[in-house]
Design a protein around this ligand. Structure first.
Ligand SMILES: [Zn+2]
Length: 197
């Protein structure tokens, strides 16, 4: 019998950097074999001629001989891994977009005046509100120092704004890429296992 799809229907939540399924959050679907509701659904083609699909739980599918022992063991856990990573990816993208929006807002802000403080011959500080940068005129380029000052001031504004967002975490491109890779791996594993390999 052909398995056409395996899906963990539960929602996942993040607790201390780990993802857990929310009990009872899965889509209710009556199992074609036992009549109960399972959270991990197997779609099995029971009649290839008419393409009849039965939606069953893993345990029930194994008992009925619809899937093998190996498939039962590995497919369920691969479906869980996939669902977990999909939930994580959604959150990563959400946080990434929130920060991107905040950055663009901060870059539109008018920059406060730059003042100088604590002169000692060629050495002094340039100050922009809550950010300050040291300058030694004898070897440092003032333009570069000013860019660093502005950059730091903008970072402070970005941090201030992201702090007001509940559950916000800074997300880097590579984290999104890594998560996408994990999803691809889980999908490939599921595909292989469905084919009985
Ligand atoms: Zn069942």
């Amino acid at each position: 019998m052909k398995i056409t799809k395996v899906i963990d229907t539960r929602s996942y939540e993040e607790i201390n950097d780990k993802w857990f399924p929310i009990p009872g959050s899965g889509e209710n679907n009556i199992c074609a074999r036992c009549g109960k509701s399972h959270e991990v659904h197997y779609y099995v083609e029971v009649d290839p001629e008419y393409k009849t699909i039965e939606i069953v739980g893993g345990g029930c599918a194994k008992l009925a001989g619809m899937i093998s022992e190996t498939q039962h063991k590995s497919l369920g856990s691969a479906a869980v891994t996939l669902a977990k990573n999909q939930a994580e990816l959604e959150k990563l993208i959400r946080n990434f977009e929130v920060r991107t929006k905040i950055i663009s807002e901060v870059y539109k802000l008018e920059l406060p005046e730059i003042t100088k403080e604590d002169f000692k011959e060629k050495k002094y500080w340039i100050v922009m509100q809550d950010n300050r940068v040291f300058v030694d005129d004898s070897w440092m380029k003032l333009d570069e120092r000013k860019s660093t000052l502005i950059y730091g001031w903008r970072q402070n504004r970005i941090n201030e704004l992201t702090k007001t967002i509940p559950g916000f975490k800074e997300v880097h491109d590579f984290q999104i890429e890594d998560c996408r890779k994990r999803i691809k791996r889980a999908e490939a594993k599921i595909k292989k296992l469905m084919e009985g390999k």
